[in-house]
Design a protein around this ligand. Structure first.
Ligand SMILES: Nc1ncnc2c1ncn2[C@@H]1O[C@H](COP(=O)(O)OP(=O)(O)OP(=O)(O)O)[C@@H](O)[C@H]1O
Ligand SMILES: [Mg+2]
Length: 253
């Protein structure tokens, strides 16, 4: 069974329909890249999957657990406490890192494991240091977020998400706030996670990266999934004219 199944998802903001009948599934160990023009609903889809936004219609099943279910045309979510537990299966990395500015790097990593998972401080710190080693920042454990470069900040944000041992890691344009010379170090960390078969959902404008790292690519347009395929199919030889035009435009910039 898929680790994530989204069926018939609709999301409105006021009168505007932002997601229209989205079906999406993700297999364990798969890296799925979501691409598409600005305003097509990519961030909203990730936010709905993470329950940061609530959908009007549709069903979301995470790891066999139905967290949102359409009943008589309306989506009903799990109760708050159950939803909080279910959401622990998901990690989220945002464009702007969202680190806690008043906590140092180590504290950023240990806060949730200690408060939510009730891990002893020593264990949380030792695991956090291992994760910092994994993203090449073990020596910055005492630094505060304002003392880090953008690339370092984003690598800390990835380590913080990993500290909760999520089943799926979601990224929303993880390199878009970075200077071009800093994107490589963040993409490298994500590539290594993909090689370890971490299950990931990545919204990215970096087509080269999507081609290299994703098993599967979804193209969204105007709130719909227009096409899904392997990077070789969708990014090289898409069926839809709309996608060809999008890719050609990127190439001509
Ligand atoms: N909180 C909100 N309130 C009202 N409208 C919103 C809200 N969030 C997003 N929208 C609208 O929903 C549509 C989809 O936005 P979304 O941010 O999901 O697009 P996107 O594909 O992530 O775009 P980008 O590539 O620019 O990040 C847009 O028209 C946007 O203006
Ligand atoms: Mg977005």
């Amino acid at each position: 069974m898929s680790i994530l199944e989204v069926k018939g998802l609709y999301k409105n903001f006021g009168k505007s329909e932002v997601l229209k009948n989205i079906d999406l599934s993700l297999e364990k160990g798969e890296t799925l890249a979501i691409i598409g023009p600005s305003g097509s609903g990519k961030s909203t889809l990730l936010r709905c999957i993470n329950c940061l936004e609530r959908a009007e219609k549709g069903t979301i099943i995470l790891d066999g657990n139905t967290i949102a279910e359409e009943v008589a045309g309306v989506t009903q979510y799990l109760k708050d406490e159950e939803l909080t537990q279910a959401r622990l299966h998901l990690g989220m990395v945002f464009q702007n890192f969202n680190l806690f500015p008043h906590l140092n790097v180590l504290q950023n990593l240990t806060l949730a494991p200690m408060s939510v998972d009730k891990k002893p401080k020593e264990q949380a710190e030792s695991e956090a240091l291992d994760l910092l080693g994994k993203v090449g920042l073990r020596d910055r454990a005492d630094a505060y977020p304002c003392e880090l470069s953008g690339g370092q900040g984003q690598r800390v944000a990835i380590a913080r998400a990993l500290a909760m041992d999520p089943d799926i890691l979601c990224f929303d344009e993880p390199t878009s706030a970075l200077d071009p010379e800093l994107t490589g170090e963040v993409l490298q960390v994500i590539k290594e996670l993909a090689a370890e078969h971490m299950t990931m959902l990545i919204v990215t404008p970096e087509m080269g990266f999507a081609k290299e790292v994703a098993n599967s690519v979804v193209f969204m347009d105007e709130g719909r999934v227009l096409e899904r395929g392997t990077p070789g199919e969708l990014l090289v030889n898409p069926k839809e004219e709309r996608i060809k035009a999008f890719l050609n435009k990127l190439l001509s910039v």
